[in-house]
Write a protein that binds this ligand. Structure first.
Ligand code: SAH
Length: 219
């Protein structure tokens, strides 16, 4: 966290506080999540040309047809993930810029994150190194298969939208663990949280969201 805090300064404190205010207005109330959103420098996860918009509550392009998620969505998913206690290990599918993974890295013990686009995985890995986030492990690979070697995970987060959650991911979810995912068509999805209780899966719908699609294979 301390390394990340050096990132503060490039954009004004006022701009960040405005985003924090906006997140509260939109219903984010977990102080732990808000604190982390305040210190992780989102402008260092986008191209320099977009840095001035990094604290707007919008998704931004990161190249390769992909986007860094909207801050409210990141906050909402993180809140849903840590509600009732922080999990120790999290698997994220869809590293993208690495922003969501860095947020998680400040809250949980170990973060494993998969990205199917080689160049994005390499860039995100470099950011984790630069920010000293040694507990965030980035791998280039297809998220449909999960990362069984490090499972079962107490939490799994999908930041790309499948039509339905692949079974293989539920198999890597620990008992009592939760999976959060946008599920649906290309234009609109439901953000769902599925909790494993033994052989049963409990499903809740949290919100309506729009994510890029989860695609098979690597690129
Ligand atoms: N969490 C990211 C959001 C990135 S957008 C962030 O904070 O920036 C979603 C990402 O999911 C894209 O980079 C896309 O390439 C990736 N993705 C889509 N399908 C995937 C799959 N099957 N496995 C791994 N990554 C995938």
């Amino acid at each position: 966290m301390s390394v990340l805090m050096h990132g503060i300064g490039m954009t004004s404190k006022r701009t960040r506080e405005r985003l924090l205010k906006r997140l509260r207005e939109k219903g984010i109330s977990n102080e732990q999540v808000l604190d982390v959103m305040r210190v992780v420098p989102r402008h260092l996860f986008v191209d320099e040309a977009l840095a001035s918009r990094a604290y707007d509550d919008t998704a931004l392009p990161i190249g390769y047809g992909q986007t860094i998620s909207q801050p409210w969505v990141v906050a909402r998913m993180t809140e849903a993930l840590i509600e009732g206690g922080c999990p120790e290990s999290v698997l994220e599918i869809g590293t993208g810029s690495g922003y969501q993974a860095a947020i998680l890295g400040c809250l949980v013990d170990q973060v494993y994150t998969l990205e199917r686009i080689r160049a994005l995985a390499a860039l995100a890995r470099e950011r984790m190194r630069r920010f000293g986030l040694k507990n965030v492990h980035v791998r280039y690979g297809d998220g449909f298969r999960g990362w069984a070697a490090h499972g079962p995970f107490q939490a799994i987060l999908l930041t790309a939208a499948p039509a339905g959650v692949p079974d293989e991911l539920f198999q890597q979810l620990a008992d009592g663990g939760r999976l959060i995912a946008p599920v649906g068509s290309r234009d609109v999805q439901e953000l769902i949280r599925v909790t494993r209780r033994g052989d049963r899966l409990e499903r809740e719908v949290l919100d309506r969201v729009v994510f890029v699609p989860m695609l098979g294979g690597t690129q």
